[in-house]
Design a protein around this ligand. Structure first.
Ligand SMILES: [Zn+2]
Ligand SMILES: [Zn+2]
Length: 426
């Protein structure tokens, strides 16, 4: 006879791992799917959307790791920003200027490679204030978050030089908060009732960190990469949603199917990552309301194996946090769905109110004179080779002011931001 039983004491028909609080929160309109921009969060609610979940290889179904946490007070936070996540964030209709406050667990590229892409295009969509990145220092300055941002800015010179002299030039600055990686339990964000703390993780180099976000009696933890450890067991104890990285220990299959050297597979797992057994072990120490695994190659053939590993040690509620998984959390409920997303969409507009408050400090921006950033950076000879636009542009579509751009020109932030309608020509 089986010893398995529902640890929450739930009756027949409710599964053996699902708690009685696994219920849709009041804000949930469709119990099966989350439709972006269709559900205002409750004032005491947290919503977590997995915007990417894969270390390697990138897949049509899995982008690089990124977890978005939204709070009922209107704030949004991003934990890691792996390659491909931006596409998911945009598809979820998060207005681009609102993609800010990015927390990096460490500086392996699978955790931040989409930042340069965001950095280039966010000003185009109206974020004219610096990008806020929060991340760890390291025992060597060149391994810290500040150094990474400086190097990225240099790498992106083609982009930032085109903004020089324009009022959006500030958007190419990066507002880096580099915290002392050794300050376990230290606070790296404390605003509007939201507190984010961090601690060290055993992974690859000094600086690898985990985060815990606390707000309004709810807590979320993202471990980032690393071996299962006592600090995580301590700081994540009893959180509502505990998200750990997880790697299935099956180096034999990595070799057979993907050509990964068994030595390199074993070396990577044993020195840097949390195996499926370890994820269950850690979850059992932490006893969250919901344990999740992200940063996981979600191979369908291995779901059974992954669960068997987790269930060796942990009997509570568990789910995979892979792309498009949406979790709603209140103090007495947790609900998991998949986002229903269109294959094609565009960037959502930030509201005029949001822009006014967050970009212009509540004051309607006035027109300014900007200077032509292109003048010094391309030789006149090449410009002179351009075919006269009047030869191919319909007469009534010819703009006089935009080409060639004069050395100085007026720029109206308000109209560019959609804060007031552009002038309409009768
Ligand atoms: Zn990683
Ligand atoms: Zn890593």
């Amino acid at each position: 006879m089986s010893e398995e039983h529902n640890i929450y004491g739930s009756p027949p028909g409710t599964g053996i791992t699902l708690p009685p609080y696994y219920l849709p929160t009041p804000s949930v309109k469709n119990k099966n799917n989350y439709f972006p921009q269709s559900e205002p969060l409750g004032p005491d609610e947290m919503r977590i959307i997995f915007m990417g979940s894969q270390p390697w290889p990138p897949r049509l179904t899995q982008a690089g790791t990124c977890i978005m946490v939204e709070l009922g007070n209107g704030k949004r936070f991003f934990f890691d920003f792996g390659p491909g996540c931006l596409r998911n964030i945009i598809t979820n209709q998060v207005p681009v200027p609102e993609i800010n406050d990015i927390f990096l667990t460490h500086l392996h590229l699978d955790h931040y490679a989409d930042i340069p892409y965001l950095w280039q295009f966010a000003p185009f969509n109206g974020r004219w204030k610096p990008l806020c990145i929060i991340g760890p220092s390291s025992s060597r300055p060149e391994l810290g978050t500040k150094a990474m941002c400086e190097h990225m800015t240099k790498m992106g010179l083609w982009t930032s030089m085109q903004a020089q002299g324009m009022p959006l030039a500030d958007a190419y600055e990066i507002d880096v908060t580099e915290f002392d990686f050794r300050d376990d339990g230290g606070v790296c964000y404390d605003k509007d009732g939201v507190k984010v703390t961090h601690w060290r993780r055993s992974h690859a180099a000094d600086g690898a960190s985990a985060y815990r976000l606390d707000w309004n009696g709810l807590a979320f933890v993202w471990t980032g990469d690393g071996k299962p450890d006592n600090l995580t067991a301590q700081y994540a104890k009893g959180v509502d949603v505990f998200v750990t990285e997880m790697a299935v220990d099956n180096v034999t299959l990595w070799g057979l199917k993907q050509g990964v050297s068994p030595f390199i597979g074993a070396f990577t797992l044993d020195n840097f990552h949390t195996t499926h057994y370890a994820a269950g072990y850690l979850a059992n120490l932490i006893q969250p309301r919901l344990a999740m695994a992200c940063h996981i190659s979600f191979d369908r053939e291995l779901v059974g194996e992954m669960m068997a590993g987790v269930r060796m040690h942990y009997a509570g509620m568990f789910a995979f946090g892979i792309d498009h998984t949406v979790v709603n959390v209140t103090r007495d409920r947790v609900w998991i769905r998949e986002a229903a997303l269109p294959e094609t969409t565009n960037t959502a507009r930030a509201s005029a109110e949001w822009l006014l408050q967050n970009q212009f400090d509540g004051k309607m921006p006035q027109p300014v004179m900007a200077s032509n950033p292109f003048l010094p950076i391309q030789e006149q000879f090449v410009r002179d080779q351009e075919i006269d636009p009047s030869l191919f542009t319909p007469k009534d579509q010819m703009r006089q002011w935009a080409h060639p751009l004069p050395p100085k020109f007026p720029m109206d932030p308000a109209s560019l931001q959609g804060m007031q309608p552009p002038p309409h020509k009768e």
